[in-house]
Design a protein around this ligand. Structure first.
Ligand SMILES: Nc1ncnc2c1ncn2[C@@H]1O[C@H](COP(=O)(O)OP(=O)(O)O)[C@@H](O)[C@H]1O
Ligand SMILES: [Mg+2]
Length: 258
């Protein structure tokens, strides 16, 4: 069965696209069949991380407009995973046909990773709705955490379980939020804390995921561990009615104390 995992954050620039491509590569190295999809059609850039010329090929945009079948917009990257890119030269606001368009891919892969747009909006909702679970990405600072919290509530409202949170671009300086603080504030477990490494940017210039050019680094090994945990773990149960009530009450407490 295909597990569909949304990589989401609330805030832009924290590392969703980076995590999507790197988890994909790590999963391929673990023998999994993986597809990644750019569901950020208002600011698409998955193709730009991977050196895919997505302005001149069939993309998800054509599929959404009913002008192509999704398998025609599916490309194999040299890292071994498949990609459905979005057109980097277009802005598409209407994701209406996405759920239906995705169907042929279910069963073709062990894992489908969705690179989700930032914010809490219709575009994000469309992506979350087709996902089995959500991975939150945050940097260890207050603005990013607040946005992640908003997104977590949004996901819970859509009845989507949170697999955990990845803390990214950590520099381990004293003013950063700790994993314990993030777990307590978000109410979900930290899957890993990925430290800042300059090669992440270099990997974009090369069009190949960081894990392929930085083997043996602490970051590569951690990404591999997170990928394994996500692929092997059972999708978290949906919230029971009691847990939903609890989450709702906690939400009020958080709001009142702000
Ligand atoms: N752990 C990291 N260390 C250093 N740079 C990183 C790391 N993770 C991501 N980046 C860089 O941060 C920038 C934003 O990452 P990106 O994945 O595009 O974020 P998002 O998709 O959330 O907007 C990119 O230039 C990327 O190379
Ligand atoms: Mg992105």
């Amino acid at each position: 069965m295909t597990k569909v995992i949304a990589i989401a954050s609330g805030k832009g620039g924290v590392g969703k696209t980076t995590l999507t491509t790197n988890l994909a590569s790590a999963l391929v190295n673990q023998g999994k069949r993986v597809i990644i999809i750019d569901t950020n059609l208002t600011a698409p850039n998955l193709a730009l991380h991977l050196g895919i010329p997505a302005a001149s090929i069939v993309t998800l945009n054509d599929v959404i407009r009913n002008e192509a079948y999704i398998t025609h917009a599916l490309y194999k990257h040299r890292a071994g995973f498949y990609v459905v890119p979005a057109n980097v030269d277009e802005i598409e606001h209407n994701m209406g046909g996405f759920k239906k368009a995705l169907k042929p891919l279910l069963g073709m892969a062990d894992v489908i990773l969705l690179d989700v747009a930032p914010g809490v909006n219709k575009e994000v909702e469309t992506a979350l709705k087709v996902a089995d679970e959500v991975v939150l990405v945050t940097t260890p600072d207050e603005p990013s955490l607040r946005n992640a919290l908003l997104l977590k509530r949004f996901a819970e409202d859509l009845d989507k379980p949170i697999a955990g949170v990845v803390v990214n671009q950590a520099k381990n300086v004293h003013y950063e939020l700790t994993d314990e603080e993030i777990e307590e504030r978000l109410g979900c477990k930290v899957l890993g804390r990925i430290r800042y490494h300059r090669k992440f940017k270099e990997s974009i210039a090369l069009g190949i995921p960081f894990v392929n050019i930085a083997k043996g680094t602490e970051q590569q090994m951690l990404i591999s561990k997170i990928a394994n945990a996500l692929a092997e773990s059972k999708t978290p149960e949906k919230l029971s009615i009691l847990e939903k009530i609890k989450a709702f009450l906690n939400r009020d407490i958080v709001l009142w104390s702000e």
